[in-house]
Design a protein around this ligand. Structure first.
Ligand code: ATP
Length: 262
């Protein structure tokens, strides 16, 4: 259940302003791709365009060879799920009812919930370690728990392409690692916007860096996040360090010059 995602000459605008342009993507089925860049560089806007929720101002998006923006809403929702950064949850719903909303694209109107649907919801909640809170109203959940309910809804949508906007926001360190491991194991193509460069480096197959309104070429983390690029894009010093146990490359971040030291 994975998708080949392509974007050619993609430009994304907010109102009349082009936020990001020249984005070319050729993402293989099953790849995990990170999008990084400073605040306001257009990560969320780009994800909304890749989800088909916002039209590109130039170029197009192909999912499995099909132009995404030409699909109807229901068909599109079977191809791609987006878990956005901040989403208000209806306060009178239980956690499992929110996750059930992920099944909407597959349901006939007014259809009830059968055993298959219930199993899919339970599996999605279990995947984010929330099985115990399935019957809790969402307004009685913590920020991190609500975030995981939304992730479970995205998983339940069972799309070949899954887009996650800052999925580790609000999550404690263990749940951050759990989520990233889960993402790696999914048999799906995943694109996620991340602020944590080490998570991007250790989890993603390739990384797209947004810089000065443009997408740099998609590249493996060690190349996309090399110190010169991180310095130019974020204005910080990044030193790659090999973790003594896992062997993963972490990025040690420091101010670029001593006078920037807080
Ligand atoms: N509704 C809006 N109206 C006007 N401008 C907007 C709107 N939403 C976003 N923008 C602007 O579009 C640009 C891109 O925003 P976007 O949210 O895509 O950035 P981002 O890279 O996801 O940021 P962050 O890292 O802070 O989440 C920013 O300059 C932002 O101020």
């Amino acid at each position: 259940m994975t998708a080949h995602l392509r974007a050619e000459g993609l430009a994304c605008s907010v109102g009349q302003r082009t936020v990001v342009r020249d984005v070319d993507l050729d993402i293989r089925p099953g790849e995990t791709i990170g999008i990084v860049g400073p605040n306001g560089c257009g990560k969320s806007t780009l994800l909304r365009v890749l989800a088909g929720l916002r039209a590109p101002s130039a170029g197009h998006v192909l999912v499995g060879g099909v132009r995404l923006h030409r699909l109807g809403a229901r068909r599109r929702a079977r191809e791609v799920a987006l878990v956005g950064q901040e989403q208000d949850l209806p306060s009178d719903l239980l956690a499992r009812e929110v996750v059930e909303l992920g099944l909407t694209p597959y349901r006939a109107p007014w259809n009830g919930t059968g055993p298959r649907e219930r199993a899919a919801v339970a599996a999605a909640l279990a995947a984010v370690e929330l099985a115990d809170l399935a019957d809790r109203p969402v307004d009685q959940l913590s920020g991190g728990e609500r975030r995981r309910v939304l992730l479970a809804r995205g998983l339940a949508q069972q799309t070949p392409l899954l887009l996650l906007d800052e999925p580790t926001n609000h999550l404690d360190v263990r749940h951050q690692l759990h989520l990233m491991r889960l993402v790696r194991r999914l048999d799906r193509t995943v694109v996620l916007a991340l602020h944590d460069l080490t998570l991007a480096a250790t989890t993603c197959d390739r990384v797209l860096v947004l810089h000065e309104g443009r997408g740099l070429p998609l590249a493996p983390p060690c190349e996309a996040l090399r110190p010169g690029v991180v310095g130019a894009v974020f204005g910080v010093d990044a030193t790659p360090i090999r973790h003594p146990v896992t062997g993963d490359t972490h990025l040690l971040i420091a101010p670029l010059t001593p006078e920037h030291t807080p």
